[in-house]
Design a protein around this ligand. Structure first.
Ligand code: ZN
Length: 137
């Protein structure tokens, strides 16, 4: 997450050039997508099961009597969107940069989220608190 502090548009464009899979792997690293997932039913281990013709597979429990499945984006900030994770990330950057220009919003923002000079970082930091993801260490 610290990587998003003082995130410049050159950093953004470097990330947007990644393939969709590499981009999502980076979001896993940041803790914005699940790097691994514990089964919500039995607490067992899960692995990714690929779905044919779908962008995302799902997390499937490896316990023989369980095999519960959960969508890859389920429970994350990105769940239910029709945009790609990359598009959302790009939009959030444009939004944060614009918001950073309105000084009259600064007081309200600071009260809620902290220093306005790092709107982008603060936004994603709060997302990671609201949508905690398991990391693959
Ligand atoms: Zn299970």
């Amino acid at each position: 997450m610290e990587q998003l502090k003082n995130f410049k548009s050159s950093h953004l464009h470097e990330k947007l050039r990644l393939s969709d899979n590499d981009f999502d792997a980076w979001l896993e690293e940041l803790g914005l997508l699940h790097g691994k997932r514990t089964c919500g039913k039995c607490g067992g281990r899960t692995t990714i099961k690929v779905k044919k013709d779908r962008r995302y597979g799902c997390w499937r429990c490896t316990t023989r009597d369980c095999r519960a499945e959960q969508g890859y984006l389920c429970g994350t900030f990105f769940e239910g969107t029709h945009l790609t994770t990359k598009q959302i990330f790009h939009l959030s950057y444009l939004w944060a940069r614009r918001l950073g220009k309105y000084t009259d919003l600064e007081f309200l923002w600071r009260k809620r989220f902290g220093d306005i000079s790092n709107v982008f970082y603060n936004f994603w930091y709060h997302v990671s608190l609201f949508y905690p993801c398991e990391r693959n260490e």
